[in-house]
Design a binder for this molecule. Structure first.
Ligand SMILES: NC(=O)c1ccc[n+]([C@@H]2O[C@H](COP(=O)([O-])OP(=O)(O)OC[C@H]3O[C@@H](n4cnc5c(N)ncnc54)[C@H](OP(=O)(O)O)[C@@H]3O)[C@@H](O)[C@H]2O)c1
Length: 264
């Protein structure tokens, strides 16, 4: 296992939750960071809360603005001369039944969670192939491995990320490129508050499951361990992570279990 120490790491979704925690822990381990999200003020807050803020550069971006993403890797590389790891972590969730959900909400789920991440990855790929090394770490979700009610658009977008990144890993292994897919379960962050409801407005309130999940601190710790081990996939959370194995070996049982849990 190679240590992550001293790596140059670009993190999206770094203004809150898992990305914020990753920033603190990676900064503490001596990494140089480029931190991205839409809210510059929050990114500066995260930078100033880091142990070594001089090793943190702020690069605001909107994953839903594909044109803006075009030259972002060039800007990211300009801070320290290269990027070793891109952590695709930025994203938003959904809480609404299919019958209550506008088509535009599905578009937003795909644009931000899937297409924005793909765009950033595609623009970064030439840098990684040229330097014959690079690690794409993408935070999907357990909802990228199996589904639950109220999250149809989110589940679709997170499943799609697995399809894309499994192909990328196969096509670019020869270029020294690694791919790790991180699948968290319930983690205590603002994800539920920021989730879109059927009409596109924010849910603005906490879910019990998210509130009772593991901390973002614990999640970030486990993500770093998975990245160091260059794992293909990592499942992080409480007992919900066993849903991955139920889905694979006993899909009918998973179906019944998820429905019985009445998770919102
Ligand atoms: N918490 C969980 O239970 C859980 C479970 C499974 C997977 N995940 C995944 O973990 C990742 C991080 O989420 P979190 O739990 O830390 O939630 P969070 O606290 O709401 O953080 C989400 C982050 O994504 C950024 N973001 C949202 N929309 C964006 C956009 N259009 N462009 C750029 N950045 C954007 C937000 O920053 P700005 O608002 O400043 O743009 C924020 O930094 C997400 O991909 C999420 O799907 C979370």
């Amino acid at each position: 296992m190679k240590s992550i120490k001293d790596k140059i790491i670009w993190i999206t979704g770094a203004s809150s939750g898992i990305g914020e925690e990753l920033s603190y822990q990676l900064n503490e381990q001596g990494c140089k960071l480029i931190i991205s999200a839409r809210r510059e003020k929050e990114l500066n807050r995260v930078k100033n809360n880091c142990t070594a803020p001089k090793n943190v550069s702020v690069l605001p971006l909107d994953l839903g603005n594909f044109e803006q993403l075009e030259n972002m890797p060039e800007k990211a590389v300009s801070f320290y001369g290269k990027i070793d790891i891109l952590i695709n972590n930025g994203g938003i969730s959904q809480r609404s039944l299919i019958t209550d959900t506008k088509f535009e909400v599905y578009q937003q789920m795909m644009n931000i969670n899937y297409l924005g991440t793909i765009k950033l990855t595609m623009q970064t790929l030439p840098y990684f192939t040229r330097q014959k090394s690079g690690h794409f770490v993408t935070v999907t979700s357990l909802m990228g491995k199996f589904s639950s009610p109220y999250r149809s658009g989110y589940c679709g977008a997170k499943h799609a990320l697995h399809g894309f990144f499994d192909s990328l890993r196969m096509e670019h292994e020869k270029d020294g490129i690694d791919v790790t897919l991180i699948c968290p379960g319930f983690i205590q962050t603002n994800i539920a508050k920021n989730a879109l409801t059927g009409d596109g407005s924010l849910q603005k309130k906490e879910d019990d499951a998210t509130k009772n999940g593991i901390t973002a601190h614990q999640c970030a710790k486990e993500i770093i361990r998975a990245v160091e081990k260059k794992k293909f996939e990592a499942y992080i959370g409480g007992k919900e992570k066993y849903g991955v194995y139920l889905k694979r070996f006993f899909p009918n049982l998973l179906h019944k279990t998820v429905l019985k849990s009445s998770v919102r």
